[in-house]
Design a protein around this ligand. Structure first.
Ligand code: GGG
Length: 366
């Protein structure tokens, strides 16, 4: 029996509710497999912890997470703690501290009725975002000078290193190669490509550098088509013609914004899953739904757990259990297609978070 040590950080708001469903489903997947188990260590870090202790996580928190096989996180942020404190002192600290330089966010439509764009089929919406996750605009370098004076000035600097940017772009091209190989095996003729989100017309150092590295990487992968768009145009084209996109590589900030937009193509944030990945496995990777803590609906028991369950699928894939990931995705597809009236309100149903989780368990079988 192989036992995986999973650190669980439900965090804030609906993070607590959807995490229960994620773990319930993960345990059923282990049961079905028979040869694996998941051992959880729960951490109550987050905004409530901050209110009591003045910190988002313990001082030795990173050491406590270090030896786990993966981290599952719910959501971070709650009124009462400034957003920049809650995000930077927990989520971004783990991403950067464990060099999780890839943020992988799939955008895949399961049923046409969930796509708000007229005339788009399921085959039209199947994109994977590779977002740079440890530097760029989120690097946290800057300052405030002249506070309280008329000259008050804020400075926030972006950092793009060649070493990291090349690794992120290579990851995107490797993924496109894998997607192309899979499509070939399936007898399909549409091959993957990589699109880059840039803004080099305005950002004359960072994004010109980004474009230069993208051109270099594209030349190194001659079998994979590549194109680039300014991020403003890309956000428009993602809505007008999502079928033109396959793998999109973006900086930290652009990727964050574009994936919220992209989630709408698949039915909303209730579907959007994510993984913060350290591909070398030197440190644990962390899996989290894209959505936040949703204070407006927290505690009411009707948050959509699908994004969390899909996130668990990404973790299974990463741990080398793609077969189980596929099985779990099949269960998600089955409930979205056949049980929507019993799913949560954002999907037009009248079910609770717990009921939606139970339906996924049922679809997984015994
Ligand atoms: N599910 C984790 C969460 O609460 N995310 C909210 C958020 O603001 N994330 C920003 C980011 O992904 O950079």
């Amino acid at each position: 029996m192989k036992t995986y040590d999973i650190a669980v950080i439900p965090g804030d708001g609906i993070g607590n509710e959807v995490m229960v469903e994620g773990l319930k489903v993960l345990d059923r997947v282990a049961e079905l497999h028979g040869g694996i188990a998941f051992k959880y260590k729960h951490y109550d870090w987050g905004c409530e912890y901050y209110a009591k202790n003045g910190v988002m996580m313990d001082a030795d928190g990173m050491d406590r997470l270090r030896d786990t096989d993966a981290i599952l996180l719910g959501a971070v942020g709650y009124p009462g703690v400034p957003d920049h404190v809650s995000l930077r002192d927990l989520l971004l600290r783990i991403r950067r501290g464990f060099n999780q330089y890839i943020n992988l966010r799939p955008i895949k439509l399961i049923t046409e009725e969930d796509c708000p764009i007229r005339g788009k089929s399921v085959a039209d919406v199947d994109i994977v975002f590779i977002r740079e996750n440890v530097e760029g605009e989120y690097v946290g370098i800057g300052g405030l000078v002249g506070e309280g004076t008329e000259e008050e000035t804020a400075i926030q600097t972006s950092v793009f290193t060649r070493k990291n940017t090349v690794k992120v772009m290579n990851y995107a091209f490797d993924l496109a190669q894998a997607r192309t190989a899979k499509r070939r095996d399936e007898g399909r003729k549409t091959f993957a490509k990589v699109s880059s989100a840039t803004k080099s017309n305005a950002l004359n150092y960072s994004m010109v550098f980004w474009d230069k590295l993208f051109a270099e990487r594209s030349a190194a992968y001659p079998d994979i088509a590549a194109d680039q768009y300014h991020v403003d145009a890309l956000s428009m084209f993602m809505i007008q013609r999502p079928e033109d996109f396959d793998v999109i590589v973006a900086s930290n900030l652009f990727g964050d914004v574009l994936t919220d937009l992209g989630s709408v193509l698949q039915g909303g944030l209730g579907f959007a899953a994510g993984g913060n990945i350290n591909p070398e496995k030197k440190f644990p990777s962390m899996f989290e739904p894209v959505h936040g803590s949703a204070p407006d609906i927290a505690g009411k028991g009707f948050a959509n757990p699908i994004a969390m369950v899909w996130t668990v699928k990404l973790m299974l894939d990463f741990l080398g259990h793609e077969d189980l990931g596929e099985k779990l995705f099949g269960a998600i597809e089955s409930v979205v297609k056949n049980k929507r009236a019993q799913l949560t309100g954002d999907m037009g149903g009248s079910g609770s978070t717990t009921a939606a989780g139970d339906l996924i368990l049922e679809a997984l079988g015994k």
